[in-house]
Write a new protein. Sequence first.
Length: 260
Amino acid sequence: MKRAIGAKIWALSVNVLREAIRDRLLLILTVSGAVVMLFSLVLGKMTVGGQERVVQNMGFWVLGIWGLLAVLYLGSNIIKQELQRQTIYLLLSRPVNRPTFLMGKFLGMLFVLLFTFGLLAVVWLALMQITKIPLTPQHFWALAFIFGEWIVLAAFSLFFASFTSPLLHNFFLVGITFLGHWSNDLRIYAANADDLWLQKLLKTLYFILPNLEALNFRDAALLQGNIGPGLLMEGAVVLFGWIGCALIAANLIFVRRKLL
């Protein structure tokens, strides 16, 4: 039984990957990210004594923003297209139950994101070698948790796609991303706010939004700061905790959704 479910999830995920490989827009997105990274070499030469910082900053920026763009593009139509083509009714009548369908789509998204992230990361690491910037463990921890953020966004993308339109999906996902990185600021603003209702609102947002800054080790990589076990543990808890919550919520909603 478990093998059968695993085979169905695998088949669905491979199909997502195949469709993504044939998608020219996703290829253009990946290539454009690599081109922007290469442009950092030009900007670095125009900055006196700042090439190392420009190359690193540009690489981290592209890996962050392009992850959001990739998830927006993949997730906004991952269920909507199946509904429009009416292939979802054929799939769910096989039997492929709804949780299996969602997990197959999620795993497929992870394959596509891993492929995109891998290409961009290789380009960036090559630029680091070309400019003779020393690689440290902090760089690799930063890369690992940037991809972790991509996975968190993919889980939230599936959650929003399970009950909203593509437009609302994109709006909510962008909001989650930026507010998640401002999570610590929300807590500070709440502590300093004079209005009681504003304090409650900001505190509520702080607790219900994922703290994506816990996954951000870019400054430590740039400044060669220490990343202790406590910070890594906090990042891992935020990462796996929010992925689990988003996927559980997506399944609970999608199982009860009327498709006809």
